[in-house]
Design a protein around this ligand. Structure first.
Ligand code: PGA
Length: 255
């Protein structure tokens, strides 16, 4: 059976002290989940500057540490960049890639994302690969094609063995940070579509086991309905992951 995951994407929020407090508060209250073997994996993705210190205060059996991005290159003269190998060396287990904010503000393309996905896999971490359409694309009825292309151009270039390690996060851009959540039906529709694509590419077993998260204004009040859908296997949470109460409230809806 596929694993459910609730992942918190802190984005560029909290200073170090606040981040450590938040991580401690979450760690104290995550009881039954286990990053490797539990039915619901809990992931937090603090800013780069906090990762090492946060790793010191969390129990890796309860919480999986993730980064929000990594470099396209392995090492060298790339001022300001952080490599997958560096992240691995400080205890990071997963890396969020292709978030719509990175695609929109930092020009990430399928080409750059494929490089990043490959480096994350090479360093034995899990890519959490984001896809999702903009409002105008949904209004024009192009959301299926947009998501299909985002997935095909990167994830379907991987071998089945590599693809098995990837978590997919569907995040409609119009729902991110806007308070406007996709309805559970809208989420289910596109998650089922993604699983069908995976089925056609990699077969039944891999499709059945693939974790597909929903992201975009997910909160304690709507998480149960979203997670109740057959093909929604958890969430990628932005704003509501910055308060331990809200984040735990969402995790509890998964169980
Ligand atoms: P949000 O962000 O929950 O604040 O909408 C989700 C995300 O961008 O991952």
């Amino acid at each position: 059976m596929r694993k459910n995951i609730v992942a918190g994407n802190w984005k560029m929020n909290t200073n170090l002290q606040e981040g450590i407090e938040l991580a401690k508060a979450i760690n104290e209250r995550v009881k039954t989940n286990n990053c490797d073997t539990g039915s619901t994996g809990v992931v937090i993705a603090p800013p780069f500057s906090h990762l090492y210190a946060v790793n010191e205060v969390i129990d890796p059996k309860k919480i999986c540490l993730a980064a929000q991005n990594c470099a396209t290159e392995e090492q060298g003269a790339y001022t300001g960049e952080i490599s997958a190998k560096m992240l691995k060396s400080i205890g990071v287990k997963a890396v969020i890639l292709g978030h719509s904010e990175r695609r929109a503000y930092y020009g990430e393309t399928s080409e750059t994302l494929l490089k990043k996905v490959n480096l994350v896999l090479k360093n034995e971490m899990k890519p959490i690969f984001c896809c999702g359409e903009k409002l105008e694309q949904r209004e024009a009825g192009n959301h299926f094609t947009v998501v299909e292309n985002q997935i095909k151009e990167v994830l379907f270039k991987l071998s089945a063995q590599e693809f098995e390690k990837v978590v997919i996060a569907y995040e409609p851009v119009w729902a991110i940070g806007t308070g406007k959540t996709a309805t559970a039906e809208q989420a289910q529709e596109i998650h089922a579509f993604i699983r069908k694509l995976v089925l056609a590419q990699f077969g039944q077993e891999i499709a059945d086991n693939k974790t597909i998260l929903y992201g975009g204004s997910c909160k304690p009040s709507n998480a149960k309905e979203l997670f109740g859908k057959a093909d929604v296997d958890g969430g990628l949470i932005g704003g509501a992951s910055l308060k331990a109460d809200d984040f735990l409230g969402i995790i509890n809806k998964m169980e």
